[in-house]
Write a protein that binds this ligand. Structure first.
Ligand SMILES: Cc1ncc(COP(=O)(O)O)c(C=O)c1O
Length: 350
């Protein structure tokens, strides 16, 4: 499936009551807006923005890494990490459906001359050590140089266990590869796994975390990792036009989110579980749920009709013409929002 298919907002609704297309749609609440308004600012390209400096240093320390780098988006955060790890003629092993391979416009190839080698993904969302070992190229002038393994956790909401993540990293390192983790929803993964943040963060060399998804900021990601790699990533960020000036407006939102919005992610997971139960009870088609995401495939291909029906009730979903529909729970969907969706689904399927 294409997670971006059919994402256009339902006509005439700029402020839907309940938007389940993605956790990127969250808007800053009053507390976050107050933190933004109170932020003391400086020029971050000169390294003079106190909020950005605090965010980079504190998240790196929290996750046991040497350094951090604030970026406008998760795509740019992944991209500068890949460019920092790899050079022209080198390759990245990455899950075929992972965001880095599927939805980042092959930026590492376009801008860095880096090959992407897509690997099959197991049912749990993990990359298997045998698939990694089989994909690593021998030292042969006909072939790309395998340099990096790029993981994703969570993947489609699935939290991949510490053991599976470690096994994949071990297989890569045994062949001399470094490891990057696209942890766009890292804290959702931690909430499901119930492990210490540092335990998962310790596995990859570099880790990218999005602040603008379940954590609810308007924009921003942080890349953490070893000092030398983060320094290289900073140079790439500037080259890509990602050196922002008084970026502390966004970093203040990130600091607020890390303090206030991590512990509540379990609420989104509980609502996703409840929504999955409703869909199963209504016989809406095969349903799966993991962390804050629900997937179901309407059996009779009624995607467009369902999308239109829900829209009438103020519920927005992304739905292609057919195939699986992804519903994403987040901090802007309350219990009242969940009730609204439940009632609208009941009317549709009755
Ligand atoms: C797993 C994953 N990685 C990276 C990204 C990219 O984040 P952004 O939209 O901020 O570029 C996304 C976006 O949804 C994502 O789901």
């Amino acid at each position: 499936m294409n997670q971006y298919a059919g994402m256009t907002q339902a006509e005439g609704r700029n402020h839907p009551i309940c938007d389940l297309r993605s956790d990127t749609v969250t808007r800053p609440d009053a507390g976050m807006m107050a933190a933004i308004a109170a932020a003391d600012l400086g020029d971050d390209v000169y390294r003079e923005d106190p909020q950005v400096n605090r965010l980079e240093a504190s998240l790196a320390e929290r996750l046991g890494k040497e350094a951090g780098l604030f970026l406008p988006t998760g795509t740019q955060s992944n991209l500068v990490a890949l460019l920092a790890h790899c050079g022209r003629g080198e390759e990245i092993l990455v899950g075929v459906d992972y965001h880095v391979n599927k939805y980042e416009a092959a930026g590492a190839s376009v801008l860095g001359g880096i090959a992407l080698c897509p690997l099959p993904i197991s049912e749990t969302g993990a990359l298997l050590p045998e698939a990694i070992r089989a994909a690593v190229k021998p030292d042969d002038s006909h072939m790309a140089i395998s340099r990096l393994l790029s993981l994703e956790n969570t993947h489609n909401g699935q939290a991949i266990s510490l053991a599976q993540t470690q096994a994949a990293a071990d297989a890569a390192r045994a062949s001399g590869l470094a490891v990057h983790l696209d942890g766009a929803r890292f804290f959702n993964g931690i909430a499901v796994l119930g492990c210490a943040e540092g335990d998962l963060a310790a596995i990859p060399d570099t880790l990218s975390i999005c602040l603008s998804k379940g954590l609810g900021t308007p924009a921003g990601s942080v890349l953490v990792g070893p000092k030398d790699l983060v320094t290289r990533a900073r140079r790439w960020r500037k080259m890509l036009g990602g050196g922002m000036r008084q970026a502390g407006i966004l970093a203040a939102a990130g600091l607020y989110a890390l303090e206030h919005n991590v512990a509540r992610l379990g609420e989104d997971h509980a609502r996703a579980e409840a929504l999955a139960a409703v869909l199963r009870r209504l016989g809406a088609g095969p349903v799966t749920q993991a962390s804050n995401m629900v997937f179901f495939t309407p059996q009779d291909g009624c995607n467009a009709a369902l999308q239109a029906h829900l829209s009438q009730s103020g519920v927005v979903i992304g739905a292609g013409d057919s195939g699986p529909i992804r519903l994403v729970l987040h901090r802007d969907v309350s219990d009242a929002g969940l009730d609204l969706v439940t009632e609208a689904l009941q009317r549709f399927y009755s």
